[in-house]
Write a protein that binds this ligand. Structure first.
Ligand code: ATP
Length: 214
């Protein structure tokens, strides 16, 4: 069965790094991929842009293609956006369909701080997306959890509903939302770090104080 993969994040704002790695993961895994914006991210300060602004940016970024989708369930839930709850809901909807949690290498190194993190492996496979820079060290508990789960071939993820870990070697793009927010706050316009769609409608970047036109 073709896996369903999710990439969660704050997307504050969505940028070409998110889109490129999600697209490549979809190709490498032969999977449907959905971006899942978090409402109240449990591990970091609240986003600058409102929920409505982040959704508008995501919709604009994803327009004109049908490989990457958008799943708004975390925005519709009360309270912190725990990935374990999102995966449990997807598992209930999709039966034994393989699910894949996509996470950047930076986020994966901090996985043991996530709510009920060991359960994530019962609910989904994990696809770790390479990110430029030195790969962050994993704590011992994460090494122990990954031991025996590593697979090298994406096809392995098609035969089981959950439980494998695969490292996905995606194009290294040293782009981050924090860098983009800093540039916008300095009055700069990171035109080519952001998807075209964000410039189609005026005001999509207003949350970051940017009123400049491309
Ligand atoms: P911030 O700079 O605000 O921390 P971010 O650019 O890391 O934001 P998030 O929305 O926090 O974006 O990221 C969502 C997911 O996408 C995370 O798993 C993150 O590791 C991954 N990700 C973001 N940018 C990249 C990139 N350039 N390459 C690979 N993975 C990325």
């Amino acid at each position: 069965m073709r896996p369903l993969a999710i990439l969660g994040g704050t997307f504050d704002p969505v940028h070409i790094g998110h889109l490129c790695v999600a697209w490549e993961a979809s190709e490498l895994l032969d999977a449907e991929v959905r971006l899942v914006p978090a409402s109240v991210p449990p591990h970091r300060p609240p986003p600058i842009a409102s929920v409505e602004q982040r959704v508008a940016m995501l919709r604009a970024a994803l327009a004109g293609q049908d490989r990457l989708g958008l799943d708004l369930r975390e925005l519709e839930r009360e309270g912190p956006s725990y990935t374990v709850d999102t995966l449990a809901a997807l598992r209930a909807e999709h039966g034994t369909r393989p699910l894949v949690l996509l996470v950047g290498a930076d986020a994966f190194a901090g996985l043991t701080c996530w709510h009920r993190w060991p359960e994530l492996f019962d609910l989904a496979h994990v696809g770790v997306l390479s990110r430029p820079g030195d790969p962050p060290a994993w704590p011992e508990a994460l090494h122990a959890a990954v031991d025996g789960r590593r697979v090298e071939i994406a096809g392995a993820l098609h035969t089981l509903p959950a439980g494998c870990v695969i490292l996905l070697d995606v194009t290294p793009l040293a782009v981050s939302a924090s860098r983009i927010r800093d540039l916008l706050a300095d009055g700069r316009l990171p035109r080519y770090l952001l998807p075209d769609g964000l410039f189609d409608e005026p005001g999509l970047l207003a949350a970051y104080g940017s009123t400049r036109r491309p």
